[in-house]
Ligand binder design. Structure first.
Ligand SMILES: [Zn+2]
Length: 300
């Protein structure tokens, strides 16, 4: 059996933005969307959008279409059809079948309490136990254990090696597909060459690199932009003081996001049209100006 996934077209830049519809876009997600868009466009690349709707209990009704409307209002137009993870079920199942057949995964029936008692990092308890599928999670045999990589913005990244070597979950016990499975499979399906996103995903990237290695597919390049946090050190969300995202008046948030990304937009850009702001941003996008910091506190 061969891996049931397409091969990436050679030497073309394909970036993406992949929001989950658990709420509306806020200033933090605008920063990721804008950075991934500008990096793609400044490389004459394509920019795709994927809606990560694989966790129905966490979804908010109408959020998917609201997110897409906001992207359009902010001049961030995607190049190909939007991919919805909820339509990818069969692909994920096929990949799980492949991994099982290749003996690259196993069923796990451990409880949270058992893993906590074993030290918090899963020590492979069920690897030799031959559990049946019923009431089991599926774990990847993580023979790669990548924990270091070169990040486009942050430079050399080194993650906790023990955590990076863990046999991580691909299918949860409750039957939901795990983020690591869906994100890697979808990035392969969409032929993604560059993943630009926020620094909250620095650690999961190590696991994703291991997964690419095990699937014997070339990994994308990763770049993580600083996370916008509040004074109290919290990640931005709808609940706290994120600058308002106003579809009818996108200019202030766009210019604030450019400033956050170190791009030094001229003051008069705030009275330009959205199209003019985006054109200026593509023309002036500078990798080196993006702050080499994992998080930045927003001014009150
Ligand atoms: Zn187990």
């Amino acid at each position: 059996m061969v891996l049931p996934l397409p091969r990436r077209p050679q030497s073309s830049y394909r970036g993406r933005f992949a929001p989950s519809p658990s709420g509306l876009l806020h200033f933090g997600s605008l920063i990721s969307a804008l950075a991934s868009y500008l990096h793609a466009k400044s490389c004459q690349g394509k920019w795709l959008v994927r809606i990560e709707d694989i966790d129905p209990p966490r979804e908010q009704a109408g959020a998917s279409s609201a997110i897409l409307s906001t992207l359009e209002a902010f001049g961030l137009h995607w190049d190909e059809e939007v991919l919805y993870q909820s339509k990818q079920t069969q692909v994920y199942l096929d990949v799980l079948d492949y991994l099982k057949q290749q003996k690259l995964s196993y069923f796990c029936q451990c409880t949270r309490a058992e893993i906590k008692a074993a030290g918090g990092i899963y020590p492979g308890i069920c690897k030799s136990r031959e559990h049946a599928a019923a009431n089991s999670a599926i774990r990847l045999i993580n023979s790669a254990g990548h924990f270091q990589y070169q990040d486009i913005f942050q430079g050399a990244i080194s993650c906790d090696p023990a955590l990076a070597r863990e046999d991580f979950i691909l299918l949860r016990k409750d039957g939901l597909f795990a983020y690591q499975l869906a994100v890697v499979v979808d990035d392969i399906c969409q032929g993604i060459s560059h993943v630009i996103r926020g620094c909250d995903l620095l650690e999961p990237t190590a696991r994703q690199l291991s997964f690419y290695h095990i699937l014997e597919r070339p990994n994308p390049q990763y770049g993580h932009v600083p996370l916008a946090v509040t004074n109290e050190g919290y990640k931005l969300s709808k609940q706290n003081k994120a600058p308002a995202i106003d579809n009818h008046h996108p200019q202030p948030a766009l210019v604030a996001a450019l400033t956050f990304l170190g791009q030094e937009p001229p003051a008069e850009l705030i009275s330009a049209s959205v199209e003019e702001i985006i054109a200026w941003s593509i023309g002036h996008w500078s990798l080196d100006k993006v702050p080499r910091k994992q998080q930045i506190t927003l001014p009150e």
